[in-house]
Design a protein around this ligand. Structure first.
Ligand SMILES: O=P(O)(O)O[C@H]1O[C@H](CO)[C@@H](O)[C@H]1O
Ligand SMILES: [Mn+2]
Ligand SMILES: [Mn+2]
Length: 397
């Protein structure tokens, strides 16, 4: 075992530029980091990410983020091979389970059979039932929901069935129950949907509705073993922070933390770093995606990156010589791109341990996100399923 503790932080939706198959997804030219940097015109201050090699891994330097000579860490990019570009595809692939067949999407809304069953179970009428932005849908239909108690069901370009519910109209426990029921309707074979997402919100009227941190994701059960299961079976600690637990339906996780926000997530990382364990801590920071990427808000996106970078400083200072830190993303969500959906991109890969003597290691463009899990398994001497190639040997220089 080279590293006793491995920490991976997924910056949800922080893509690093066009993917080789981006055009097939209608995402030609999408580049989350590049375009956020451009939006800030030199004022995107990410000193810690820069020192690890963030601009080194990008095709051209990100504006405001100097290329490190030498980079403190190892840097590269990862290409997604999964059929979709949602969080579930990305995270499962990182853990050795690429999603091979596209999951169902519903550009015209969910079929009547599903809607009827949802209405029968909940005793509520379903409204909207089409692709919509989650913040717009509550603005446009929230007041109607307050008046009628109807269920707001919507989707996106991803394989998701989302239910928005005012917390005082449809109590959380009821919303979660309805989502759990919805989950049972779309586990295949006819319709296989990646995630049911509970989207609670509060507020008096359409100009003041805000979504709460009580969002819950009800993912498809992993369709096979993941690297998390393998690590857990080998007796290692597997700690999930943020929506990791939801994305893997709790499989392969020994302890989970729910995040209220990115900063709350980093509090959890700091807390876990103070504990002694042997194993893997897997963190997802979702604000980049939910608050800024889907909202096409590059200013907010860049600010969230700078806020993360500050907290990364503390993490770097607290790392022990036998710790490994990995930073990556699950897909893109270019806030300067058309639409409001995720964007198919390559994702950043940064790796750092205080035990690296020279750093400045170019890991190149990895053929699949599964290289991440393969590396973690190799570190702990746990056998994988052959998907993904470990870069562990390249880290020690
Ligand atoms: O518009 P909101 O509700 O944030 O939803 C977005 O969040 C989902 C999960 O990332 C995406 O599929 C997209 O629909
Ligand atoms: Mn995501
Ligand atoms: Mn998203």
């Amino acid at each position: 075992m080279t590293y006793k503790r491995v920490f991976a932080i997924v910056l949800d939706s922080v893509g690093a530029g066009p993917a080789p198959d981006g055009a097939a997804f209608g995402d030609q030219g999408a580049d989350t980091l590049g375009h956020v940097g451009h939006h800030f015109a030199g004022k995107l201050a990410l000193p810690n990410l820069a020192s690890l090699g963030l601009s080194n891994l990008h095709a051209t330097p990100i504006e405001g983020v100097p290329v490190a000579h030498p980079a403190k860490g190892a840097y590269g990019r990862m290409v997604e091979i999964s059929a979709g570009k949602d969080s579930m595809d990305g995270h499962w692939e990182m853990m050795g389970l690429p999603v091979e067949r596209p999951l169902a999407t519903f550009p015209k809304g969910f079929p009547a059979s599903i809607i009827q069953q949802l209405e029968a179970f909940s005793g509520r009428k379903v409204i909207v039932n089409r692709p919509y932005s989650g913040t717009e849908v509550i603005k446009d239909y929230g007041e109607q929901q307050i008046a009628t108690g109807d269920l707001i069901v919507y989707t996106s370009g991803d394989s998701v069935l989302q239910i928005a519910a005012h917390e005082e109209v449809i109590p959380l426990a009821e919303l979660y129950r309805i989502c759990e029921f919805a989950r049972t309707l779309v586990n295949g074979p006819e319709y296989t949907v990646g995630r049911i997402i509970a989207r609670p919100y509060v507020g008096p009227d359409k100009d003041h509705f805000t979504r709460t941190a009580n969002r819950r994701d009800f993912s498809l059960e992993p369709t096979g073993a993941t690297d998390l299961d393998r690590l857990k079976a080998a007796g290692l600690a597997v700690i999930g922070i943020g929506k990791i637990n939801d994305i893997f339906s709790g499989h392969g996780i020994t302890k989970g933390y729910h995040n209220e926000s990115n900063m709350d997530g980093m509090d959890h990382v700091d807390e876990v770093m103070q504990t002694d364990f042997t194993g893997f801590c897997f963190t997802n920071l979702v604000d980049f995606d939910a608050m800024y990427g889907h909202r096409r808000n590059p200013a907010g996106f860049g600010q969230a990156l700078m806020d993360f970078d500050r907290r990364l400083g503390t993490v770097l200072a607290n790392l022990r010589p036998d710790d490994l830190l990995l930073i990556t993303a699950d897909h893109g969500n270019d806030p300067c791109y058309q639409g409001t959906d995720h964007t198919r991109e390559v994702v950043p890969l940064l790796a750092y341990s205080p035990s690296m003597k020279h750093g400045d290691i170019d890991l190149g463009q990895r053929a699949t996100y599964a290289d991440l899990g393969a590396t973690i398994l190799a570190n702990f001497g746990v056998a994988g399923n052959g998907v993904g190639t470990s870069f562990l040997a390249q880290l020690t220089n």
